[in-house]
Design a protein around this ligand. Structure first.
Ligand code: PXP
Length: 249
């Protein structure tokens, strides 16, 4: 069964629009868990544009499923994670001006530095996942720095799916996800995926054999604003299941 990690960053985006107390991402996390989410994900960005340290500390105390902390691989963030003890850290590249994470981490180009960080975190029994583009050399590099898991960047697939490109074009992007999932599994890595997944395209990713968990934020929070978090999470879980039951065969 493919699991769902709900990314609640954008609940904090709405709060930060006014720098007030509502809506509180802690409440959103509790509602997402009650609706069946298997994990809660937050990205503590260096510019603190949405999630704040206070949120992550409270989530550590309240999340009863699994807390996945996305962060850039800097010394300050690693220190914060070692102190916080999330269940999992997902290392992502971060550029200040970007609207959202724009690409995967170049693990192949930074093996030495990343290996040390992975070791430090794993020594404290924090699972480490690396957010990478679906490329064989990045999957192999993730294995060689001893990561536990990879999260495949589904941004190109999602863009091709929604920009009216031919089925052939987005199926080609999906094939890259299939190949990287197969390779990751073969190397003994847990394989997750995320970015740009929504109610229309998610089934084409949950149907990929060997996928463990999908991390989804913007589409769920957007729907939650209109229909509530409970329904938004349940409807996403239904779409994930559809992919597993209808497409996989
Ligand atoms: N996975 C990673 C590594 C991310 O950086 C993000 C965005 O914060 C997501 C998943 C969720 O992407 P989206 O908000 O498009 O669902």
């Amino acid at each position: 069964m493919v699991k769902l990690g709900v990314n609640i960053d954008h609940v904090a985006t709405v709060r930060e629009a006014r720098k007030e107390r509502n809506p509180d991402p802690i409440a959103a996390a509790i509602l997402a868990e009650l609706a069946g989410a298997h994990g809660i994900t937050v990205h503590l960005r260096e510019d603190l544009r949405h999630i704040q340290e206070r949120d992550v500390r409270l989530l550590r105390q309240t999340v009863t499923s699994r807390l996945n902390l996305e962060m850039s691989p800097t010394a300050a963030m690693v220190q914060f994670a070692l102190e916080l003890q999330p269940d999992q850290v997902t290392l992502v590249p971060e550029r200040r001006q970007e609207l959202t994470t724009e690409g995967g981490l170049d693990v192949a180009g930074h093996e030495r530095e990343l290996e040390k960080i992975v070791q430090n975190l794993r020594a404290q029994r924090i699972r480490v996942s690396l957010f990478i583009d679906p490329e064989a050399r990045q999957v192999k590099a993730a294995k060689s720095v001893s990561a536990d898991a990879i999260e495949l960047h589904t941004g190109n697939f999602a863009r091709a799916f929604h920009e009216g490109e031919s089925e052939q074009a987005w199926m080609a992007e999906r094939s890259r996800l299939v190949d990287s999932t197969t390779l990751g599994n073969r190397l003994g890595l847990r394989v997750n995926a995320g970015h740009g997944l929504d109610y229309q395209n998610v089934r084409w990713v949950s149907s990929i054999p060997g996928q463990e968990e999908l991390n989804i934020g913007h589409s769920i929070v957007s729907r939650a604003i209109l229909v509530g978090m409970d329904r938004a999470v349940r409807e996403m879980l239904e779409q994930i299941r559809l992919g597993e039951t209808d497409i996989r065969k």
